[in-house]
Write a protein that binds this ligand. Structure first.
Ligand SMILES: *Cc1c(COP(=O)(O)O)cnc(C)c1O
Length: 390
């Protein structure tokens, strides 16, 4: 009762399928660490983490401490690694909660070493050129050697992050990756070879870039999202984990033909004679309609144009819907009868990427599980193979 009748549907079978595909692509000698940051890319971190744990994911990786703590409280036992997202003085507390923190400077090392554990596991992040979080490549060797010599901590991993979208980004990532691998080789010669070394996320893995590390950390692809130009992706059969963005009609207004409808004065005489109202507005993370946008939702298998979005409501033109009724399910994304709207289609109409659209709803809409393997989208690589050739 307390729940607003608007929700995101996630397909956990699709998640398990994607995990299997990615493990196969990574190869038996490489571990797949699942990135569940940002509420599992908006899919609802708890159900996603439970499924990944059941799939045998080697570890879960997030930069959101409250979400990581919630997973521990919910009984998730899989190793959880933290990308960051905390102050140095919080490190002992994170270790106490069985989380493996990333450190990237001497201050972090000192704080981690001061915790009461005898060999607290930590991972080190190297900034190989992205210019975001991490110890700079040139300073990484000395920091990592200090960690290896420090009694209170155990060096569990070394990683970097080089995401890219297009061909020039790929060339940059490949060149930067080579420098990171040189560092790993140099450390290995000194006997520093931690359990986890990781370089590629989704873009490097699906583009098939060379990799001498023993793990990949995958987010986008796990959820069926493609973070780079399709032409750079190798063929891979992945399914969308977000199977729907849905709501229910809470009101139907029947207006006589010619009625002077003027919703907020903006949609004057839309011509609609039947309008429907959904509890799905800006406050739920629904984007405002860009000017001139023709967005539609599905009701009883028919397309209902979206007339407007306000703080708490969305208004639909139900004229083309056969016998609409209060309580009818409405799909902004997902299946309705014979019809369907994909996440990519809806996001594209709203001038957003699928992930940006999901992030708007994240933590605001309820998450429900659905198991509809019927909604199979074609493999990513089909178009890539056609344009790139053999
Ligand atoms: C988010 C993240 C990943 C996963 O990236 P995807 O493109 O979503 O696969 C990997 N490594 C690091 C360090 C990250 O922050």
């Amino acid at each position: 009762m307390a729940e607003r009748p608007s929700w995101i549907e996630i397909d956990l079978q699709a998640l398990a399928h994607n995990h299997r595909q990615l493990q196969q692509l990574a190869g038996p000698e490489r571990r797949v660490i699942a990135s569940i940051k940002a509420n599992a890319y908006g899919h609802g971190v708890l159900e996603i983490a439970r499924t990944l744990e059941a799939c045998g994911a080697f570890a879960l990786w997030t930069g959101h401490v409250p979400e990581a703590l919630a997973l521990r409280a919910a009984g998730i036992r899989a190793p959880i690694i933290l990308f960051g997202g905390y102050l140095p003085q919080d490190l002992p507390d994170l270790l106490r909660h069985d989380l493996v923190p990333t450190i990237y400077d001497h201050r972090g090392l000192a704080e981690a070493a001061a915790c009461e554990q005898s060999a607290a596991p930590v991972v080190v992040k190297v900034d190989s050129g992205l210019g975001r979080l991490g110890v700079k490549l040139a300073e990484a060797g000395p920091l990592i050697r200090s960690i290896a010599r420090t009694d209170g901590v155990r060096l569990a991993g070394i990683y970097t992050h080089l995401p890219f979208r297009d061909r020039s980004g790929m060339a940059w990532a490949a060149a930067s990756a080579a420098k990171f691998e040189d560092l790993l080789a140099e450390l290995r010669r000194e006997g520093i070879a931690p359990e986890i070394t990781q370089l590629w996320g989704s873009s490097g893995l699906i583009a098939g870039l060379a990799d001498g590390t023993n793990a990949v950390c995958i987010g986008h692809l796990l959820y069926g999202l493609l973070p780079l130009e399709a032409a750079l992706a190798r063929p891979l059969d992945l399914l969308p984990v977000c199977a729907g963005i849905k709501s229910r009609l809470i009101h139907i207004g029947r207006h006589a033909p010619g009625a002077d409808l003027a919703i907020a004065g903006r949609y004057r005489s839309s011509g609609a004679s039947i309008v429907g109202v959904l509890p799905l507005g800006l406050g739920d993370g629904m984007p405002a309609l860009p000017a001139g946008t023709a967005l539609a939702a599905l009701v009883r298998g028919a397309r209902a144009p979206v007339i407007g979005v306000s703080l708490e409501h969305m208004i639909l033109d139900l004229t083309a819907v056969p016998a609409p009724a209060i309580g009818d399910e409405v799909a902004l994304v997902g299946r309705s009868g014979e019809a369907g709207i994909t996440l990519a289609e809806c996001a594209g109409t709203l001038a957003r990427t699928p992930l940006e659209l999901l992030m708007g709803f994240s933590g605001r809409l309820a998450v429900r599980t659905a198991c509809s393997v019927e909604a199979r989208s074609p493999p990513f690589g089909v178009r890539a193979a056609e344009t790139v050739g053999p």
